[in-house]
Design a protein around this ligand. Structure first.
Ligand SMILES: N[C@@H](CCC(=O)N[C@@H](CS(=O)(=O)O)C(=O)NCC(=O)O)C(=O)O
Length: 218
């Protein structure tokens, strides 16, 4: 099996797929092709038509040309390549709770901080940021900080984001924490359960390699 992923090697969203690939032991099966976000290659008509109408990365291309272009969908595909679906859940309840907490981590943290990045900072530059709303970005930053506090509450009562085991939901929150770190946003020191969880998950080999590897280096 050979898979191809179009991405930006140090981006917080692509990092989530790399973590999932490593967790599933599939990193060696994948060819990565860089899409230069700083040159707006992901916003070109060709990229949108061929790979992803939404103009984002990562995008997974299967051997038969099938395209899967959302992080959670890519992880779901990868997790179902064998019969050990520990990232997306084995039972109906696990699948539901994991997806619920994955989306909450995206909506309340990673996408909130990403919106701040694209609206209230130079973001990926004027070729990409053709519309910005500074105030909206600041509001989203505050939402992201509230989200971190929510997950601190969640993690005071359970070891992982969706319950007793590491899952796709933890990977989503790791993506949020990578964006927080890349943006040099300080995580309040009283969020002890969140910080302890982050320290714990960073010990996983799949995560160790995904420190914020200079995403903003362009
Ligand atoms: N909904 C998409 C969002 C993906 C996304 O925002 N990817 C970022 C990659 S990175 O910023 O994390 O490297 C992107 O393409 N950003 C470029 C842009 O938004 O212009 C998903 O979940 O896959």
């Amino acid at each position: 099996m050979s898979l191809k992923i179009y991405d930006w090697p140090t981006g917080p969203f692509p990092a989530r797929v790399r973590i999932a690939l490593a967790e599933k032991g599939l990193l060696s099966k994948v060819e990565f092709e860089r899409v230069n976000l700083w040159k707006a290659e992901h916003k070109s008509a060709e990229f949108k038509q061929k790979f992803n109408y939404s103009g984002t990365v990562p995008v997974l291309e299967l051997e038969d040309g099938t395209i899967i272009a959302e992080v959670n969908a890519i992880i779901t595909y990868l997790d179902n390549l064998d019969d050990n679906q520990f990232l997306t859940g084995r039972t109906a309840a696990q699948k539901g709770v994991i997806l619920n907490m994955t989306r909450r981590a995206e909506l309340e943290v990673q996408e909130a901080i990403s919106t701040y990045f694209h609206n209230s900072t130079p973001g990926l530059g004027p070729q990409v940021e053709i519309y910005q709303n500074k105030e909206w970005g600041i509001y989203q930053l505050e939402k992201g900080l509230r989200g971190l506090r929510h997950f601190d509450d969640v993690l005071q009562n359970q070891p992982y984001v969706a319950g007793d085991e590491f899952s796709m939901a933890d990977i989503a929150l790791i993506g949020g924490m990578l964006f927080v770190s890349v943006m040099n946003i300080e995580v309040p020191s009283d969020l002890k359960a969140l910080l302890a969880w982050y320290k714990k998950v960073q010990e996983r080999p799949s995560v160790k390699q995904q420190a914020d590897l200079g995403f903003l280096d362009g």
